[in-house]
Design a protein around this ligand. Structure first.
Ligand code: KG4
Ligand code: ZN
Length: 344
């Protein structure tokens, strides 16, 4: 990969907010020179979800080799890096701390600027990687394991939150339903795959609307409806068709997400609509968004699935724009588990 030390900004990015230990080298916020992800999924599967203590320990074990690999894959040395970007929130505190401590140590030793990044800003910025034409302003639907937000991206790193979930995040709903039907962890990808064999109209689940807040979401009612359906079937001895059930659940989630995202883009007068976060890798959501955007004359942006779920390339993209704005963090940078979007 070509780069020029005088002109190009090379960010070494580190991400450890949940269960992936990740590092990447990103050039000028858009070009990924390397993207290394060490997933802990297999380790947490036996417990049915992420065990925070295990996640932190595994991050500590892996982080040095993941960073070394990212530099090696990119063909650059630490000295050639312009700045170090790191996720400092939101996420699991013990997990975040590993990345933050590592990034601080590296930045201090190599005398490089340190740029702390909001994890969700990272997810949104994943869209810049493969879409060189995408620039703010645009509307973005952020759907991850912990967040469901509808935002106007006013500028790089500048967000106006116009809608949010009132209860469960979309990813959380996927994970809980997957567990209830015995698909296990991680739920989202398993529901996605199983739903392909099911009929999305087999069961008509309720579509919740939040009174007076057209851009807000609510998934707890839907989750309860799925659980009730399962309990009722078990009590009456009826067999459950899991593919039909999860396809119908997924369809209800997708409809809620797509309808609000498209409405927001139209009402706020933007012709660009992006999606971000782990759930943005869902094949039904991607297809439905594509179709709705084509119908409504909106330009649709989505990262490749590998940049939707947690990774460090997206953190490198976000860190670049923060760096360009002059954001620098000191050695007192700490993990902030409940960091709000737009806070620095
Ligand atoms: O963004 P992410 O990797 O981590 C967080 O920041 O939370 O999102 C993880 C969430 C999990 O709830 C997972 O089940 C969901 O994204 N997810 C999916 C798919 N892949 C991951 N949900 C639906 N369909 C998928 N294909
Ligand atoms: Zn995430």
């Amino acid at each position: 990969m070509e780069w020029n030390q005088e002109q190009d900004v090379l960010i070494l990015a580190v991400e450890s907010s949940c269960d992936e230990t990740a590092a990447a080298v990103v050039k000028n916020g858009r070009e990924v020179l390397s993207n290394v992800i060490s997933s802990q999924i297999a380790l947490h599967t036996q417990f049915g979800g992420v065990v925070p203590e295990i996640a932190s320990r595994k991050h500590m074990e892996k982080i040095n080799q993941v960073i070394a690999q990212a530099l090696k894959d990119a063909g650059v040395s630490l000295e050639e890096i312009t700045a170090i970007g790191v996720t400092y929130g939101p996420g699991l505190v013990g997990a975040l701390l590993v990345g933050v401590a590592e990034a601080k140590a590296l930045a201090w030793a190599a005398k490089k600027p340190l740029v702390g990044v909001h994890h969700i800003e990272g997810h949104v910025s994943a869209n810049y990687i493969e879409h060189p034409d995408l620039e703010p302003p645009f509307v973005c639907l952020i759907v991850s394991g912990g967040h469901t937000h509808l935002v106007v991206v006013r500028d790089y790193g500048e967000f106006e939150i116009i809608g949010r979930t009132r209860d469960d995040a979309a990813g959380e709903a996927f994970d809980k339903v997957a567990r209830a039907v015995g698909l296990g962890y991680p739920g989202g990808p398993k529901v996605d795959k199983t739903a392909k064999e099911g009929n999305p109209h087999a069961v008509e689940f309720p579509r919740a609307k939040v009174e007076g807040s057209p851009y807000d979401f609510s998934f707890s009612g839907l989750k309860s409806a799925v659980l009730n359906y399962i309990n009722k079937a078990r009590m009456t001895g009826q067999e459950i068709c899991v593919p039909d059930l999860v396809a119908s659940f997924q369809n209800a989630v997708v409809e809620a997400l797509v309808s609000r995202a498209v409405l927001a883009a139209k009402e706020y007068g933007y012709d660009k609509l992006a999606i971000a976060g782990g759930v943005a890798s869902n094949s039904a959501l991607r297809a439905a968004m594509e179709e709705a955007c084509a119908r409504e004359g909106l330009k649709f942006y989505r990262p490749s699935p590998i940049y939707c779920t947690d990774n460090a390339a997206m953190i490198g993209a976000a860190a670049y724009y923060e760096y360009r704005k002059g954001v620098r963090h000191g050695w007192d940078l700490n993990a902030v588990p409940n960091l709000k979007l737009g806070e620095r």
